[in-house]
Design a protein around this ligand. Sequence first.
Ligand SMILES: *Cc1c(COP(=O)(O)O)cnc(C)c1O
Length: 386
Amino acid sequence: MAEDTRLIHAGAGDQPLVKTVSPPIQKGSTVLLPNAAALYDDDHFITYGRQGLAAHDALRAGLCELENAKGVCLYPSGVAAISGALLAVLKAGDEILVVDNTYKPTRRFCDHVLKRFGVSTRYYDPRLSPEELVGGASDATRLILLESPGSLSFEMQDMAAIARLARARGILTMADNTWGSGLIYKPLDHGIDLSVQALTKYVGGHSDVFMGSAAARDPALVKALEDGVLHLGWAVAPEDAYQMLRGLRTLAVRMARHGESGLKVAAWLRDQPQVLQVLHPALPGCPDHELWARDYTGACGLFGFLLKPASEAAVAAFLDALEIFGLGFSWGGFESLAISCDEQLKTRKFLRTYPGPLMRLHVGLEDPADLTADLAKGFAALDAAA
Ligand SMILES: *Cc1c(COP(=O)(O)O)cnc(C)c1O
């Protein structure tokens, strides 16, 4: 054979791979099939690299364990998992009920994309009882989208009761369970049909990979999710799948530390004179603590708190004085983060008037004593600016 042909085929034998602890990062668009019959054999599931290779398979198997699911699909971001799962089960003419404290990009998808395709969205107050919520559904209601605790304001919903009532009316339920991560709350165990999360946050855990997942137990829903991924053409890079699997391996130990440190910082905050109220469902005495205690097996490091009335300049002085807490919108990584929230609340339909500025913290894996010392510096700056 000529040199150019030899260079193309050298080393492409089929020597078996040695076995390592983690799967190989297989890179491939083309999958070579064993024989002509396999080309159109429906039992041969993986016929093209977009469907995922070794690292994707291992990650999906791990996420099935985490979610107690029959099937899990991967998406290139958390938002893509939400939009993908919704597109997989909705059709023109449907209505969805979406909790008003939902993650803001979810709202953008509903208001801009679903609307264009004839799916209408009705936002509901997270404080509605399960009976009021499901009782308010119409004949067109196909799905209820829940997020508990909700973004920024941390209200919790009785997901089990909502799932039960919705199922009796033939309405699907879907939870954005990024806070619960599958480890401290498993939506499918509580009767929710579709469990979606931004793996970007706690499963990744290092603020450096985007990915989302959607999990289901009902075979028809698993098939709908898989078809949805196929139809829309999503693919996740093998390196990212590998890195996400690495995060999954240490999720439990990281989450225990996030939860414990978060509660220490939250309890400390409650004693500070500048703080009006702490919004951490896992802290006794905080709103919705009973629901958390009934359904959750742990806490993560994300929670909110209200400052006593303070000017925007004083809030900025507080944030700018922090040295360990970074100012950033994501969470779930090893590092602590802080943001002010009032600007983001403006897009909500059911505006809650808070007596003071709403703040959010993500407590990372640093020593909690260093974190409270950092916050004390922030409070000193807030007092000086008042
Ligand atoms: C971050 C986040 C998402 C989106 O995840 P991306 O990977 O950033 O797209 C979805 N839902 C919630 C609650 C989030 O916090």
